[in-house]
Design a protein around this ligand. Structure first.
Ligand code: 2HG
Ligand code: ZN
Length: 477
């Protein structure tokens, strides 16, 4: 392998090829510390030509590549194996904003730009990139697209794939597919870009993308609500949609148990409303003229007043300024971090049709409590699009390893409920390495067969992120 590393150094420059374990450590395990690997090297090309040259060299040497963005996967989607045989290809140096088009409402960004930086670039140009996820400060555009991230604004603007107009992709043999088109309409054969979005780096390496933007937001109105039940959350959602569906940008759910963990673990957080079993964070926005700000706040206040009167809410707080708005959002966005600090936890990133949410919460809670008395049920998530992170935290003071030994039983119990309700076992985090075992029973037969044929066509030697998505025995077929 020395000659591959030498060739990579010649192609990319010495500083782009890291082999010192001290330097590669940060690229070798995942955010959750579920997987830890040892790469042959971490390479950090500066441009698309560098990515293409590196991929070609690896393909010729028969060495697998693990594409990596911000390394924020929840499912071990970007971790190298532990045998020193794989190359991690980090896109972090590709951080250019190539173009921003205020007529077409598009931006062309490179894969290594963080989502937060891309959002800021859009704001600076007077526009909105309508995609927001808790890890946006670290998550990079390439990974966000490769995993088809969802997040807080899905109910209004769709998932990451709905924002992609064009892509530039390095294929498994090192060819570059230049598909950076800006067109809002383009019906010329297969929508190839959509094959790469959500492919988790198994079909090609996204190096740049044209993203659809929205007119800039001129005003926001944000409320934190306390509710007696999940049914009432659906009632509140219906009220808001009936009044102004276009203004509703986020409708986020937090259980009482999960908010308690945030308040206990994250400094500087305080609940703005009375204690309750369920909370909803509502975010409304407009791109209208100045006067729209007052009418947006009035609209939200009016809906909350009606819901309070109808007994759908037990309390509500409307953010009075930006600082308050950010404080409300901080409680929601620190959920993953708080749960990480609270001990061993199990994540179930599931979705069901919205009407089935009350059934899901009730049945999954009962099933988990029956298996592990004292278990902390801490669901939260994107209720407005049916995606709940039905997360489970070890009983207080319990042994974390003992709790994790029950992972399979607990995840199966939740999965049984989700399957009965016609839901999905992975709504937004993808399959990664963690959930390959579920693919056979949930997506087996014709569907998994089709996916394997696409993989075989685009990456016949299975060199791109080889251990994700496909169950091990299927990958060997
Ligand atoms: C979120 O919605 C992320 O905050 C993380 O998708 C979810 O920690 C999780 O389970
Ligand atoms: Zn989420």
């Amino acid at each position: 392998m020395t000659s591959l590393l030498d060739d990579l150094r010649v192609a990319l420059g010495d500083s782009a090829v890291l082999t010192d374990p001290g330097e590669t450590a940060g690229y070798s395990s995942d955010w959750r510390r579920l997987y830890s690997g040892r790469p042959l090297a971490v390479i950090r090309p500066r441009d698309t030509a560098g990515v293409a040259a590196a991929v070609k060299l690896c393909a010729e040497a028969g060495v697998s590549i693990i594409p990596q963005g911000g390394n924020t996967s929840m499912v071990g989607g970007a971790v190298p194996s532990d045998d020193g045989s794989e190359i991690v290809l980090s896109l972090e140096r590709m951080r250019a904003l190539r173009e921003i088009d205020t007529v077409d409402l598009t931006m062309t960004v490179e894969a290594g730009v963080t989502l937060a930086a891309a959002q800021a670039m859009a704001v600076e140009a007077g526009m909105l990139l309508p995609l927001s996820i808790s890890s946006e400060g670290s998550a990079q555009i390439g990974g966000v697209l490769a995993t088809n991230a969802g997040g807080n604004n899905t109910l209004r603007f769709g998932n990451a794939r709905d924002l992609v107009l064009g892509l530039e992709v390095v294929l498994a043999d090192g060819q570059i597919w230049q598909g950076l088109r800006h067109l809002h309409k383009d019906n010329t054969g297969y929508a190839l870009r959509q094959i790469f979005v959500g492919s988790e780096g198994t079909l090609g390496i996204i190096t740049a993308a044209v993203l659809r933007l929205q007119p800039g937001v001129t005003a926001r109105a944000t409320a934190f609500c306390a509710l007696p039940s999940v049914e009432q959350a659906l009632a509140l959602l219906a009220r808001l949609r009936a009044r102004d569906a276009g203004a509703l940008h986020a409708f986020e759910y937090m259980s009482g148990g999960s908010v308690d963990l945030v308040l206990a673990e994250i400094e500087g957080t305080a609940c703005p409303v009375d204690p309750a079993p369920h909370f909803i964070l509502v975010d409304c926005a407009t791109s209208g003229p100045q006067a729209a700000a007052a009418s947006l706040a009035d609209m939200l206040e009016g809906v909350l007043g009606e819901a309070l009167e109808a007994g759908e809410l037990t309390d509500a707080a409307l953010a009075q300024n930006d600082a308050q708005r950010l404080a409300f959002w901080k409680i929601r966005e620190e959920h993953a971090e708080a749960q990480k600090r609270a001990g061993a936890s199990i994540k179930n990133d599931i979705s069901v049709p919205l009407a089935a949410l009350p059934d899901l919460m009730q049945a999954a809670t009962a099933a988990c409590q029956a298996l592990v008395p004292g278990i902390r049920i801490a669901p939260f998530g994107h209720l407005g699009d049916g995606n709940i992170h039905f997360n489970l935290v070890q009983p207080e003071g319990a042994d974390g390893a003992g709790f994790l030994a029950q992972s399979d039983a607990l995840m199966d119990a939740v999965a049984d409920v989700v399957q009965r309700l016609s839901g999905s076992f992975s709504a937004e985090h993808g399959v990664g390495r963690l959930k390959t075992g579920m693919m056979k029973s949930w997506r087996g037969g014709v569907e998994l067969g089709l996916m394997q044929r696409i993989k075989a066509a685009l990456d016949p030697a299975s060199l791109l992120n080889p251990r994700v998505i496909f169950p091990a025995e299927q990958a060997e077929d």
